[in-house]
Design a protein around this ligand. Structure first.
Ligand code: MEV
Length: 448
């Protein structure tokens, strides 16, 4: 069946040609959409060329707010943290938690490991003991053949840490894996790891095909299935925490004393350890902060999310990534999270804004960035749970929601102020705001 909504050779069209095809086939008002899409092109052609080059079939740019959460005191150093996020309240909540902990010793963080992982999966019909008996020899060959790829990383203090043979034949007939661990220093290391693994796969194939220990025929026949990094890096781990005497927590909206707040807060975190439904939302709150900084520094948020969710389910049940205790008069709230990040390579220095994000953070190493981002995740989680167990989340959200509705309705500053005053402490709905704004405009003699 043919349709005018399919095309071959789309990627070969010029940018304008691509937009033309899209708007003419999918939009009611092609002229308007064409104009709108083009209006988001960067005025500097070189910058636009750079952005276009990050991906394929680019027709425009997709703007997102770039915000700052100031006053983050982390390991005794203050940071103004860049955040790219479209959800209202997130930057405000991070800033509020940062300010709160600024007066209580700030955030603390420690990298617990930097190990990255990769795998070469292969099928082989030989005797496992034979391969195991020559594995040291194979490892030497693997390292030697990959030396041209690893030399630079080794100069920077990283490289291949270890190579293991994993026998998976109890799960799937003839299945084996080379499990390789890496230190990629300040780079996220995906390209490095994948290049090394692909080289390892070639060496493995040759080694098995020609080594005299293996019998002719079946044992010399190896089938490389795939060579790829693993995004699950439980030993590329960072811990972030805050702590203070319970009495120093202060008092909270809703008449909560420090002690009652601390206990209720800890219970809410425990619920997220026990119940996967709550854990998912709880961790989503953590990722509100984490993803925003990961994006602002042009790191790979899909990799970060995939890894941490697996980590959250590592004992067989999906649980909260953060934990809280109230013991001996001390409130302690912490987050352990694997974060495979880079501050060199990839888009980190290429992206025109990401490079400024890194400068804003003082050109951190990958380890320092892990610490910063874990603290922002913890701050975000603190702010969300604090709201949930005191005023409820809607109070803060509604303010931002109202601002968005007013924007949508094209309210000017004076109109917005009047509407905001009116809705102070009231339930906000789109219709309610539109009706009140209409009344304000009518009152002011403005035609609506
Ligand atoms: C909303 O984006 C995030 C929260 O739902 C997180 C949470 O419930 O902990 C507020």
């Amino acid at each position: 069946m043919s349709s005018n909504k399919t095309i071959s050779g789309f990627s070969k069209l010029s940018k304008t040609g691509k937009i033309k095809w899209v708007v003419e086939n999918f939009f009611k008002d092609p002229e308007h959409v064409m104009h709108e899409l083009k209006s988001w092109w960067h005025h500097d052609k070189e910058q636009q060329r750079l952005l276009d080059g990050f991906s394929e079939n680019t027709i425009s740019n997709f703007p997102m707010p770039f915000g700052i959460a100031p006053n983050f005191l982390i390991n005794g150093k203050t940071y103004a943290v860049p955040m790219v996020i479209e959800e209202s309240s997130v930057v405000a909540a991070a800033s509020s938690a940062a300010k709160y902990w600024l007066d209580r010793g700030g955030f603390h963080a420690k990298v617990l490991g930097m190990k990255k992982l990769g795998q070469v999966h292969f099928s082989w019909r030989g005797k496992a003991e034979k391969l195991e008996s020559v594995f040291d020899e194979l490892k030497e060959e693997l390292r030697k053949d990959a030396a041209p790829i690893t030399a630079n990383m080794e100069k920077r203090g990283g490289g291949v840490l270890d190579i293991e043979l994993v026998n998976l034949t109890h799960l799937e007939p003839n299945l084996y894996q080379l499990k390789v661990s890496f230190d990629t220093r300040d780079s996220m290391g995906a390209n490095f790891i994948n290049s090394v693994l692909e080289e390892f796969a070639k060496t493995l194939d040759r080694f098995i095909s020609f080594h005299p220990i293996f019998d002719e025929n079946e044992e010399r026949d190896v089938n490389i299935i795939m060579s790829i990094l693993s995004n699950y890096t439980p030993e590329c781990l960072v811990r972030a925490w805050v702590e203070c005497p319970v009495a120093d927590l202060g008092t909270f909206s809703g008449g909560y004393t420090a002690q009652s707040l601390a206990e209720k807060f800890a219970k809410a975190v425990r619920i997220a350890r026990l119940d996967p439904h709550r854990a998912t939302t709880h961790n989503k709150g953590i990722f509100n902060g984490i993803d925003a900084v990961v994006l602002a520094t042009a790191n790979d948020f899909r990799a970060i999310e995939a890894c941490a969710h697996t980590y959250a389910a590592r004992d067989g049940q999906y649980r909260s990534l953060s934990q809280c205790t109230v013991e001996n008069g001390i409130f302690r709230f912490w987050l352990d999270i694997p974060l495979a990040l880079g501050t060199v390579g990839g888009l980190t220095k290429l992206h025109p804004i990401a490079k400024h994000s890194l400068e804003l953070l003082g050109h951190p190493s990958a380890e320092e960035l892990m610490e910063i981002i874990a603290c922002v995740g913890l701050a975000q989680n603190f702010a969300a749970v604090r709201s949930l167990v005191t005023t409820g989340i809607q109070q803060g959200h509604m303010k931002m929601h109202l601002a968005n509705i007013l924007n949508h309705l094209g309210a000017n500053e004076q109109e917005s102020e009047k509407v905001m005053q009116h809705f102070e402490g009231k339930v906000v709905s789109f219709t309610g705001v539109r009706e009140y704004l209409d009344a304000v405009r009518e009152g002011a003699g403005v035609k609506v």
